[in-house]
Structure formats: C-alpha cells, structure tokens
Design a protein. Sequence first.
Length: 126
Amino acid sequence: MARAAWWWRWAVVAGYMAAIFFASSGPGVELPPGRNWDKVLHAGAYAVLAGLAAWASTGGRLRSATGPVLLAAWMISTTYGAADEWHQSFVPGRQADAADFLADALGALAAAGAIRAWGIIARGSE
C-alpha cells in the first residue's frame, strides 16, 4: 500500500506540472491593469508546486519536512519554472521572461519557508 501511495502522490505532482504546461501552451490571459498580477499568479502557481513536491517527498507528512527535503522541493519547482519559461519561448504569442522565472523561484521559496516554519511551530506545540 505504501508504494501505491508514493506513486499516487507523485502522480499528483506530475498532473499539476502538466496543468502548468497546458496553461502556458496557449495565449496568455488578459489580466486587470495595474499591479503585476502575472507575477503574483506565477509565484502562487510555483508555491503550490513546491508544496506538492514537499508533500510527496514527505509521504504526506509536511510537518516532518526537513531542510534538504524543502531544498529539493524548491529545486524541482524552480527547475520546472525555468523549463516552462523556455517552453513558452516556442509558443506563438508567448515569450520567456526572466521576471516570471524569478516570481516562480520566489513563490517556491516562500512555500518552502512557510512549510518549514509550520513544521517548527507544530512540533513545538506537541
């Protein structure tokens, strides 16, 4: 059963990555003027990806996420963000953008930091 659960968790991560790929394969969406909404969306999407990668890596026990696990989750997310920006350079109407990549990396970092803080706080209250 544990092996099936491991595969299922990583299938969720792969499915989310596929959703990002699909979303970036078409024309961009129109966003309200002002503020950098696209950067907020990038950061949020890659924060979720980092959280899912950490969740899968810890066997669904995010409170037990260690520094190396969170570093790996950040690296998975950031590498995928770079790959997706490269992919967008081939999509008509899209472009690779270093600022989008930075938002991806910072969103993933924020998620890793939040998970780490939550784990410390949760263990302290036991």
